[in-house]
Design a protein around this ligand. Structure first.
Ligand SMILES: [Zn+2]
Length: 639
């Protein structure tokens, strides 16, 4: 962990207001937000910029079609992006719009400077033009030589336009990219750019005549033209800081890092460095490039509607689960597939099962067995006693010496998927720590009090550091974890070490952090066993169903499937055997309120007399015991 504060300026692309916010935009923005939160957590000086790109043919045309002005259209659609980021809990520092005066001012100042320096000249531009659309089409957009909108042949026309002398920077750019191996990362995109630069670089057309397009920033040296695309859009990264000379620019620009999707690597890795070089502005530090999302294995280029629907799943499953899924699922730089099934599966496995259960187990154990207080730090002798319990993971060492440095390395390279993978290995080890040490068993022996306290202490410390380290990735859940220790102040990465929780700190139970999502209706195992289609109500009432609290749970020796449970029915305790060991660790059940058939005839299972049956549903290898969605005392009759 670094002690000195660093400066971090992070940008997303500005999103074109002809689009609706969808999964693609959301992923880029969530990734940037996570990075910004992580660096704030580390104590860095962070500036995080996003915004909207609002000029051009498409906006002018869409506005004309809608019978409103281009500015009205831009206002409406820019607000839709801001609203999407508000709903996703994105904490940006600034939101730039290219129709703002602060942007226009800097674009025109840079253009004037380049014009004065002879970096821009008037030349001929030729292209495939559609008179219906009143625009040029690039080779890539043309379908069978025709306009993709009108399906009519295009006309080759030439007009005078202004050009930026980009070709003269080719040698400089190749040398720069080769000298800085991590300027463009991951490496595959750097290689792509170096490959592209093997061909001669053309000069860049930077204007459109006002006779064809008025919705843009006028060239300061010829007001019969407007600035075209990249000389307008890319400059937002500089204009939002106030431009060269402004205090915010001087503070943050030397630390600039861009996050983009792979479709706009070329403008960011070729045009933009040449523009900056010509304008006498230092190059950015890193260009971080991520891949595309596919949906259910299909390419998504022509299904923006599906991408919008994919983003809507954040409402169904919550921001944290959505955020976790996209950050964990996409290996930085590569394409990834999005599906609701995959999201639900990660939600159930990683969030509900691994993290949610750990938080529930650890807080419940500290409350039930430790009096709801953080125990004092154990002595060396007690620590040694804990090690005699079995193959107990050394959680402090693992977290501080392995997880933290590796997470730091991963985050330096924008590899959130890797950071989460490492954190989840740790979560798995804390769960194993509970299984091995069996605090509920230690609690039965007063002589083992100090060992029990040492175990509970390790669990408390583990939850505390997780509540801090998870905050950039799962902001809401992490805050709830910290709240179990009454930690309400903003977390700091420097506090993600053992020993920051004062002994005696109150600890509250936290269950249901991430409730499991059932994607199929489970069959009730008990009902499924009976081959009876319909039962008279009188028959049903013969079954005595009761709420039972699980007091202890332990594996049945020599059985893979069976757990022996002691449950409280209020006035009495029962021993029963349940075939759920492949689906629940014993500690997962302690403290749970379940539903049992109380008047079942006793049965002998593996030499144990079972007095009752736990109700559970199962399907396709998954099993869940019935629990209550509100608290009721043990023994309550279920009717
Ligand atoms: Zn057309």
């Amino acid at each position: 962990m670094t002690d000195r504060a660093r400066t971090f300026y992070l940008t997303t692309p500005i999103y074109y207001v002809n689009d609706r916010p969808h999964l693609g935009h959301a992923y880029t923005t969530i990734l940037a937000d996570t990075m910004a939160r992580y660096r704030r957590l580390a104590g860095d000086d962070v500036w995080f910029l996003t915004g909207t790109d609002e000029h051009g043919d498409k906006i002018a045309q869409a506005a004309a079609k809608a019978g409103i002005t281009p500015q009205q259209l831009a206002d409406r659609n820019s607000a839709a992006f801001r609203d999407a980021w508000r709903q996703l809990g994105i904490e940006y520092s600034d939101y730039i719009r290219t129709t703002e005066a602060r942007h226009t001012k800097v674009v025109q100042a840079i253009l004037q400077k380049l014009w004065d320096a002879g970096e821009i000249y008037l030349g001929k531009y030729g292209g495939h033009y559609c008179f219906g659309c009143e625009r040029f089409y690039t080779e890539k957009e043309i379908v069978d030589g025709k306009c993709p909108d009108h399906q009519t042949p295009l006309t080759w026309i030439e007009e005078e336009n202004y050009f930026f002398k980009m070709s003269k920077y080719q040698a400089w750019l190749i040398e720069t990219v080769e000298r800085q191996p991590d300027l463009i990362r991951p490496e595959r995109y750097r290689n792509e750019i170096l490959g592209f630069l093997r061909e001669p670089l053309q000069d860049l057309s930077i204007s459109r005549p006002k006779s064809r397009l008025t919705w843009g920033i006028p060239l300061p040296f010829d007001d019969t033209y407007v600035t075209y695309v990249w000389f307008d859009a890319l400059i937002n990264y500089v204009s939002a800081l106030g431009g060269p000379g402004a205090p915010r620019f001087e503070r943050y620009w030397p630390h600039a890092q861009h996050v983009i999707a792979k479709d706009i690597v070329k403008p960011h890795a070729i045009y933009w460095p040449c523009m900056l070089k010509a304008a006498g502005i230092d190059l950015y530090r890193h260009l971080n490039v991520h891949g595309y999302w596919t949906l259910g294995g299909r390419k998504i280029s022509k299904s923006v509607g599906n991408l919008v629907e994919a983003l809507a799943l954040k409402d169904k499953y919550g921001n944290d689960a959505f955020r976790y899924f996209v950050l964990r699922e996409m290996v930085f730089g590569l394409d990834a597939d999005f599906s609701e099934e995959a999201l639900v599966s990660r939600l159930n496995a990683d969030l509900a099962n691994d993290l949610g259960n750990l938080v529930a187990r650890a807080t419940t154990l500290i409350v039930n067995l430790g009096g709801g207080r953080m125990p004092a730090e154990p002595t060396e002798a007690t620590r040694a006693d804990v090690k005699t319990l079995g193959a107990v993971p050394d959680l402090k060492h693992e977290f501080e010496d392995v997880v933290m440095p590796w997470v730091q390395n991963a985050m330096d390279e924008f590899k959130c998927h890797r950071a989460l993978e490492l954190i989840w290995i740790f979560i798995g080890h804390v769960n194993r720590y509970v299984d091995v040490t069996q605090p509920w068993a230690l609690a039965k022996d007063p002589a083992k009090r100090s060992v029990l306290d040492a175990v509970l202490h390790a669990l408390g410390e583990s939850l505390n550091v997780l509540g801090i380290l998870l905050s950039p990735f799962l902001p809401e859940a992490a805050a709830r974890i910290r709240a179990t220790f009454s930690q309400a102040s903003p977390p700091r990465l420097a506090d993600a070490v053992w020993g920051r929780l004062t002994p005696g700190t109150a600890v509250a139970k936290l269950t249901g952090l991430f409730p499991r999502v059932e994607d199929k209706t489970p069959r009730v195992a008990a009902a499924a066993r009976a081959e009876v289609a319909r039962v008279p109500i009188d028959d049903f009432s013969k079954v005595d169903l009761r709420v039972a609290e699980v007091l202890t749970a332990e594996p049945v020796p020599k059985s893979k499937k069976l757990l022996k449970l002691t449950v409280s029915l209020g006035s009495e305790q029962r021993t029963l055997v349940a075939g759920i060991a492949e689906h629940y660790a014993p500690a997962d059940l302690v403290g749970k309120k379940v539903v049992v058939v109380a008047n079942l005839e006793p049965a002998q299972l593996m030499g144990i007399e079972s007095n009752g049956m736990v109700l559970a549903g199962s399907t396709e290898g998954k099993l869940a015991v019935l629990t209550l969605d509100r608290d009721l005392p043990p023994g309550t009759k279920i009717t």
